[in-house]
Design a protein around this ligand. Structure first.
Ligand code: DAH
Length: 353
């Protein structure tokens, strides 16, 4: 019996050797059927163990067990090598159910933008966009900010270092501080009437906190035609406020007011306040107990700006406005830290489907 075990070991060793370093599935299966199954060589020897004299059994049994575990270990090792070298397509199981796609809701900022833009689109405004990297001319000069005018300090600017292909360093390239430069680009690109809303990202060099970031979003609006009046500005913006903010007041009437203000690119200029929709005007921490929330800046387009855009101020007039998106997004979602809007943490985003 011991001889047979030794002989079988020799066979198994030779068979393993023949399998080589990368056996095929068929070769592995042949090995398994020959040695490892119930009617295989090892099982056959195990069967014969019964007839071995009692005193030899421990030695023979030990030898046989060692051979069995040798054969099994080698088989497993070679099967693993086979599996790791098999191309995925060969094992692709087409009957597996597909992985579910995660439903991707709109980001809260996108939701606010889309809700606002939809209202203006219904009023006949087109959507336009412009570049985030601008030059001083579009961002300031053409918008009637004279050089060294203190109004430039209202918007702390990130400048961009640019060297032109012919080696000249430009010092007038910047990240736009507002969406207003797109007004100029639109005026240059098309003749009046112009009726557009311009959503986009803007940048200011500000300290980052729960309330402010160095980047945020605005929607700019521009309307230019013959005889556009301040009452049309009011009509447009009041209608917008009623549609967008009205439903947030829970049945209370929306009040509004226009306060005189200053922007270099509009004359006259105003800021628009509406009833605080958190306290419906009763006074709260958010509206600083005034009952009013400021929602936008606006005014009649300054003649110098029309001229910079190539439009004759004797023939045309217009109004413009600009408003921030982040603050209202925080207020309508109840998110209390603006940084959460930019971290894209799924645990936050999935709450606003
Ligand atoms: N660009 C201004 C800002 O970022 C907002 C603004 C005010 C835009 C009045 C306008 C406007 O078009 O008429 O603070």
């Amino acid at each position: 019996m011991l001889h047979d075990i030794i002989a079988l070991r020799k066979t198994i060793e030779q068979d393993i050797e023949a399998l080589g370093s990368l056996p095929t599935r068929e070769e592995l299966e042949r090995f398994r059927l020959k040695h490892l199954v119930r009617k295989g060589t090892l099982a056959e020897l195990t069967e014969r163990l019964r007839s071995v004299p009692k005193e030899e059994k421990p030695t023979v049994g030990k030898e046989l067990n060692a051979l069995k575990s040798f054969a099994e270990t080698e088989f497993k090792r070679l099967s693993a090598i086979h599996a790791s070298h098999t191309t995925p397509t060969a094992t692709l199981d087409l009957t597996l159910p597909g992985r579910p796609w995660l439903y991707a809701p709109k980001h809260p900022i996108r939701q606010t933008l889309d809700d606002m833009l939809a209202i203006f689109q219904r009023m006949g405004f087109a959507i336009a966009e412009g570049p985030e990297i601008e030059d001083d001319k579009h961002n300031f000069e053409d918008l009637n900010f004279p050089p060294d005018h203190p109004a430039r300090d209202m918007q702390d600017t990130f400048f961009v270092e640019v060297t032109t292909p012919d080696g000249i360093k430009r010092h007038d390239v910047l990240l736009r501080t507002h969406t207003s430069p797109v007004q100029i680009r639109l005026m240059k690109a098309q003749a009046p009437p112009i009726r557009a809303v311009i959503p986009g990202r803007v940048y200011r060099n500000e300290a980052i906190s729960a309330r402010s970031l160095a980047e945020f979003h605005q929607i700019e609006g521009l309307y230019i035609d013959n005889d556009v009046s301040f009452s049309e500005l009011k009509g447009t913006l009041v209608s917008f406020a009623q549609q967008f903010y009205g439903p947030m007041l829970g049945g209370a009437a929306l009040q509004y007011r226009f306060r005189p203000s200053f922007f270099p690119f509009t004359e006259p200029s105003a800021e628009m306040d509406i009833t605080c929709f958190l306290c419906t005007g009763k006074g709260c921490r958010i509206c600083k107990y005034s009952g009013w929330l400021e929602i936008l800046g606006c005014g009649m387009v300054h003649p110098n700006v029309l001229r910079a855009g190539g439009i004759d101020p004797e023939e045309y007039s217009g109004f413009a406005w600009g408003m921030g998106i982040e603050r209202v997004t925080l207020l309508r979602t109840g998110i209390d830290d603006i940084r959460l809007l930019y971290e894209n943490d799924v645990r936050v985003l999935e709450q606003f489907v």
